[in-house]
Design a protein around this ligand. Structure first.
Ligand SMILES: [Zn+2]
Length: 221
């Protein structure tokens, strides 16, 4: 979550209660932090997989972040809504398409589409990181020390770092995903920049170091 003078920004909306039994705890976590979901002004989406998008609806299909503008890469938005996408998707992942369309319908009147490279919000830059999905986007927050919200472009705490060129079964285009991972990791070690990753170990924020021909994630203390 990014708090500025006049905005309260979420990066992705979590899975909500309909994806996995162990998921759907974002509203409780926000409550613990004293944040009313109705006060979220913006949500920046890295991509439209269930654990990042489905949390925009609660168990009664009511909007959770009812006042938030929803920022999504135009390519990502178009991909999931395209008629050909459902037919081309492996059967095991067809529910991803149906679920994404359902949530996109629910936020359609609040969505703002952007192109890679855009400054989505003041100090928040959309960085193309395609491969995991066709319009996957990371967000560089140019505030304070700065931090890159990587989304699922770097998702496994060990393999993504030690063997970034290995193809990941969760990337829709594994070759492109590997190339993106290598490019991001190179940039991060040069910049000594911090990252936030949704699937990285607690606290999910840290830096990247070079090690033994690969890389290593160093969680923040
Ligand atoms: Zn994903």
């Amino acid at each position: 979550m990014l708090r500025t003078a006049d905005r309260l920004v979420l990066f992705d909306a979590g899975a909500g209660p309909m994806f996995q039994d162990t998921a759907g705890r974002l509203p409780a976590s926000l409550a613990a932090a004293g944040v009313d979901p109705g006060t979220i002004t913006d949500i920046c989406f890295t991509h439209a997989h269930p654990d990042h998008l489905w949390g925009v609806l609660d168990d009664l299909d009511e909007p959770v972040f009812a006042n938030a503008r929803c920022w999504m890469n135009r390519v990502e938005w178009d991909f999931w809504r395209a008629p050909a996408t459902l037919a081309a998707m492996p059967e095991a992942r067809q529910s991803f398409v149906v679920g994404a369309r359902n949530r996109m319908e629910a936020i359609a009147d609040r969505v703002e589409l952007f192109d890679a490279g855009a400054e989505v919000l003041p100090g928040v830059e959309a960085v193309a990181s395609v491969g995991h999905t066709p319009g996957h986007t990371s967000f560089m927050i140019h505030r304070g020390e700065g931090v890159l919200v990587v989304g699922d472009a770097i998702s496994n705490a060990v393999i993504s770092f030690e063997r970034p060129d290995w193809h990941s079964g969760t990337d829709q285009d594994p070759g492109q995903g590997a190339a993106t991972r290598r490019r991001l990791l190179d940039r991060l070690t040069v910049d000594r920049g911090r990252i936030v990753g949704f699937h990285l170990p607690y606290p999910g924020i840290g830096v990247v170091e070079k090690r033994d021909g690969g890389y290593r994630f160093v969680p923040a203390a």
